[in-house]
Design a protein around this ligand. Structure first.
Ligand code: B12
Length: 492
């Protein structure tokens, strides 16, 4: 049996990092972990190949070789997924689809032969058994959640690692919180389910053995969802593992209450974590209450961010406008918050209601839903009818993006961040590609770019005042170029 695992193309989005990837000559941020995990669950005697359309083309020869195409994807990849499915059908290849896009809206894909939905740990074995016995169903679903202690090591060897900026691993699934707009609990449940530390070390060993010496993203919905397990099992194991390793460092997603546990923050830094993404959402207490973001309430959020930065963790933040309680002042308040906190990578989105969320149900009841969502919460579109007029919301939103990514405030924010930040000690192997990226940044941002004055000011300031953070400052300058270009072309 010849199986082609296919990952559809992403449009340019905030997280595609398309315009930054060019500096390091990479094609995509990370390989499709879901498909590589599924690959490891398929019979060993099957031949498997991966085509991630973000890094390589899907050719006629690929399709001629394949008996089955296993396709994954997020909502944002809908259009590319449709095209790929059509090509597979034309070539007579049977299509099996799974992952978030199909789990949420499989009815919309008539051409797909079999849907193996939800977590593959639960649904794939039944499909494989039926296939062997020659009586497959069209749809396989599960209503409970998988024990990921049994999830195998993903087959990274199928991916061309050199084309990606970072690798990813997953320690836990699920989140203990209940934010109204988030579909994580619908997809993965409330109780964080964890792998064992040994499983993660086996995954990291496998990546290290394949020669990987760069960043690894822990894609957990909330890494600190089960603090006890993290502090007593995973982090001590990672601290030990990294002692004789070079170049590997981590980033992840957490909730703001990380700041309440000083010991945990220090352990994370010691274990090699450098960046955490946090859903800040809004500085408005009423809006936080509205969306049940209790963990963010009654806090000095700016000070919390700074405390995390001081320990040695860069904070990336998610922000939302369009809550029912948002007044017209919210746009300026968001700008002020982002600037003061020094959150350089600030993902600001319009509130959207993904199917499966409590928000979706509430707005459906109230007759406040529009057409289906694009799947990209940073493209200036929404499927909700807001309380303030849609035009006011869109204009205010664009104004935030225009401001926070225009060169002066953006570079100012980098400095605000670096003033607080304590850079951790990482054993880095000097990568020639990164030296080239540095030279390209000088040409693209320091000579041609409209940000050149700010680029050189930051360059000199960091060199003399924060020399240890110099590589980070250049990386952030390159990110800024991506955010600005992406917003100008896609949103503004
Ligand atoms: C890592 C990640 C990313 C990475 C993507 C890296 C990559 N190449 O895939 C980055 C940071 C780039 C990213 C970006 C975005 N992401 Co994202 N991301 C995630 C995250 C945190 C983990 C995904 C992952 O690797 N999981 C681990 C693997 C093992 O799980 P899995 O992929 O779900 O696969 C399992 C099953 O789904 C199933 N399965 C998956 N595929 C297939 C295929 C077949 C054939 C079968 C049988 C089974 C199967 O089996 C697997 C094992 O159980 C998820 C949240 C989550 N918990 O999944 C959000 C998530 C997937 N992202 C989401 C979104 C919205 C985005 C963005 C649009 C955000 C934005 N505004 O920019 C962007 C768009 C992508 C882009 N590049 O522009 C949403 C998707 C919702 C949806 N319905 O599509 C999620 C669910 C988060 C959320 N709460 O909303 N993301």
């Amino acid at each position: 049996m010849n199986v082609m695992l296919i990952y559809p193309e992403f449009p340019d989005t905030f997280w595609s990092f398309k315009y930054a990837l060019k500096f390091v000559r990479k094609k995509a941020s990370s390989p499709p972990l879901g498909l590589l995990t599924v690959a490891a669950m398929l019979p060993t005697e099957w031949s498997k190949r991966l085509v991630d359309v973000n890094v390589t083309k899907l050719t006629k020869e690929d399709l001629a070789w394949a008996d089955y195409a296993f396709i994954s994807g997020m909502t944002v990849q809908r259009e590319s997924a449709r095209q790929i499915i059509a090509r597979c059908k034309e070539a007579g290849v049977k299509v099996i689809a799974g992952g978030p896009l199909f789990t949420i809206e499989y009815e919309q894909f008539e051409e797909v032969d079999h849907f193996v939905l939800n977590e593959a740990e639960l649904t794939l074995p039944a499909f494989l058994t039926d296939l062997e016995q020659g009586h497959t169903k069209r749809v396989y679903t599960a209503s409970d959640f998988a024990d990921i202690k049994k999830t195998p090591v993903p087959l990274w060897e199928l991916a061309d690692l050199g084309r990606y900026v970072t690798m990813s691993v997953q320690f836990s699934r699920g989140c203990p919180y209940n934010c109204e707009f988030c579909n994580v609990t619908a997809l993965f449940g409330h109780r964080p389910r964890t792998k064992t530390a040994q499983q993660i070390l086996a995954e990291l060993d496998s990546l290290y053995d394949l020669g990987w010496r760069g960043g690894v993203f822990f894609v957990d919905d909330n890494l600190i969802g089960n603090k006890r397990c993290l502090k007593t099992e995973l982090l001590p194991a990672l601290i030990e593992w990294r002692k004789d390793k070079r170049g590997v460092h981590f980033n992840t997603q957490v909730s703001i209450n990380l700041v309440d546990d000083e010991q945990l923050m220090h352990m994370m830094v010691e274990a090699g974590f450098g960046t955490v993404f946090i859903g800040i959402e809004t500085p408005d207490e009423d809006s936080l209450a509205e969306c049940s973001k209790k963990q963010n309430m009654n806090r000095d959020l700016v000070e919390d961010v700074k405390r995390i930065q001081r320990v040695g963790l860069q904070v990336q933040g998610g922000f939302i406008v369009g809550f029912d309680h948002d007044a017209h002042s919210i746009f300026q308040r968001q700008i002020d918050f982002i600037q003061e906190s020094g959150i350089v990578t600030a993902m600001v989105g319009l509130l959207q209601a993904p199917p499966g969320t409590r928000l979706f149900e509430r707005l459906k009841q109230a007759g406040r839903l529009l057409e289906q969502i694009s799947g990209d919460n940073v493209d200036g579109t929404t499927n909700i009818i807001p309380i303030m007029s849609l035009d006011t919301l869109r204009e205010g939103y664009k104004n935030i993006l225009r401001h926070i990514y225009s060169p002066e405030p953006y570079y100012q924010r980098v400095k605000t961040f670096l003033r607080e930040y304590k850079p951790p000690k990482i054993k880095v192997s000097l990568d020639f590609e990164y030296v080239l990226a540095f030279i390209r940044s000088i040409c693209r941002l320091g000579i041609i770019g409209k940000e050149r004055v700010h680029y050189w000011k930051l360059f000199l300031w960091t060199l003399f005042r924060r020399p240890k953070s110099f590589p980070l400052a250049i990386t952030l300058a390159i990110y800024g170029y991506h955010f600005r270009t992406m917003c100008e072309l896609r949103v503004l």
